[in-house]
Design a binder for this molecule. Structure first.
Ligand code: OOG
Ligand code: MG
Length: 262
């Protein structure tokens, strides 16, 4: 770790305040160029601790920058991991208030719920498939706290990977009833198709994103507990939205998840 404890705590407060007050900030590596990966996750962990201390429950884990489209859009080449809290969840069809956000974008995500713990190192697609209880479709609303959505990997990890809102819905399926690689996803904004892809866009197989998460946690002596809700990462590039927009994402075999912005 390159940063001292007080600096880490201060950066967590700075980023969480930007989230809660919906204002942007410059990316933190501008001021702290020597910050390392452990610092970045330590800041995210402190944001999680702050929320939990306030009674906000951590209700899921997220993988980000796992699809080739997202990596290309953001100019990066390794996945990142974060968490989602209870207050970020919205029901299907909900109106998302844009005044609570800075510059939201939507992502179509294949999500899973596990029935057995997963622990790296050495976690692989086979182990993940055996541990998945069911699959369900979701839409994540990301909202980087960084000006113009411009960041590097360490800055975005510290900012809890832009986590902001999410909606799960559609139809849950047993994992053996769907092919996660060929599962087609069509995203519509105001009735027009704006992006489409198949599950394989996510690291070749969405379960590989979960394996990467288990290996990331394993390196830190942690595991994915049984019963975890996990978002495997945007399948297509993220799409900017504003008040008045309506989003519907059609997932092959899993139904449609829709939401609107007000
Ligand atoms: C980082 C979060 C990316 C995903 O699904 O790829 C993410 C960002 O692009 O702001 O959640
Ligand atoms: Mg995402």
């Amino acid at each position: 770790m390159a940063l001292d404890k007080n600096t880490l705590l201060g950066l967590a407060e700075h980023l969480e305040t930007a989230e809660l007050q919906a204002h942007d900030v410059t990316k933190i590596t501008d001021e702290h160029p020597d910050m390392d990966w452990a610092d970045a996750y330590a800041i995210q962990d402190e944001i999680r601790r702050r929320k939990e201390a306030r009674g906000q429950k951590t209700v899921g884990l997220k993988c980000g920058l796992t699809s080739f489209a997202k990596m290309k859009q953001m100019g990066v080449d390794v996945p990142v991991f974060g968490f989602v809290s209870d207050y970020m969840s919205r029901p299907e069809g909900a109106a998302i208030a844009v005044k609570e956000l800075i510059h939201p974008k939507v992502e179509a995500e294949i999500c899973v719920v596990t029935k057995a713990p997963l622990r790296g190192p050495g976690c692989h697609v086979g182990a993940v498939m055996a541990a998945i209880d069911f699959v369900l479709p979701g839409v994540e609303v990301i909202d980087s706290r960084y000006r113009d959505f411009k960041f590097d990997l360490k800055s975005v990890i510290a900012d809890n990977t832009s986590a902001s809102r999410f909606v799960v819905g559609g139809r849950a399926r047993n994992v053996e009833d769907v092919d996660l690689r060929t599962l087609g996803v069509v995203m519509e904004k105001n009735g027009k198709i704006v992006a489409m892809a198949a599950g394989a866009a996510v690291l070749g197989h969405p379960a590989a994103a979960v394996a990467a998460l288990a290996n990331h946690l394993g390196a830190r002596g942690q595991e994915i507990p049984a019963g975890s809700f996990i978002m495997t990462g945007g399948v297509t590039e993220a799409i900017a939205v504003q008040a008045g927009d309506h989003i519907a994402v059609r997932f092959q075999d899993l139904g449609t998840v829709s939401l609107r912005f007000a």
